[in-house]
Design a protein around this ligand. Structure first.
Ligand SMILES: [Zn+2]
Length: 156
């Protein structure tokens, strides 16, 4: 192994992925210890454990967090929520302004088909992001090294 830091020329380099896991592991162990010291149990402890786990993750580990995949569930649920809100709004506005339910179906049908198309496009976008952008960023992240002497992060 002849890896050198571009900044300080040190050979003390560590894979970013390993450094990240290390940071996570350390913060988990510390949190478990403080939970044990507090003693007892119950929901308070569970909540406390969850929050300390989040805040105790070392700043370095946070900086080394791998790029995240986009979630289909998140995108879907937000889209459906938006669709329902806008659909209700169209329905409501039509009902109030024209005061007849027969006219409503047409704009609602148009709205539904447009949202359906946008929804499919969104899912395609998520798929594309996860398969190209995310895969590339993840590979970059996985092949990056961090210098244990000066903290410089970079692909080697
Ligand atoms: Zn260095």
């Amino acid at each position: 192994m002849d890896l050198r830091c571009p900044k300080c020329n040190s050979t003390d380099l560590k894979k970013v992925s390993l450094a990240y896991q290390d940071g996570l592991f350390r913060s988990n162990a510390r949190t478990r210890l403080s939970a044990a010291l507090l003693g007892g149990g119950g929901p308070d402890l569970v909540v406390g454990r969850a929050t300390t786990q989040a805040s105790h993750q070392s700043a370095l580990s946070k900086q080394l967090t791998p790029p995240a995949k986009w979630s289909y569930v998140k995108v879907s649920s937000r889209s459906i929520l938006t669709f329902l809100c806008l659909g209700w709004l169209i329905f409501y506005v039509n009902n109030v302004t024209r005061n007849s339910s027969t006219v409503v179906t047409r704009p609602l049908a148009i709205f539904s088909s447009i949202s359906g198309a946008i929804f499919v496009l969104l899912l395609l976008l998520v798929w594309w992001h996860n398969h190209s952008t995310h895969a590339r960023r993840y590979a970059e992240w996985d092949s990056s090294y961090i210098c244990q002497r000066c903290g410089a992060i970079g692909p080697q």
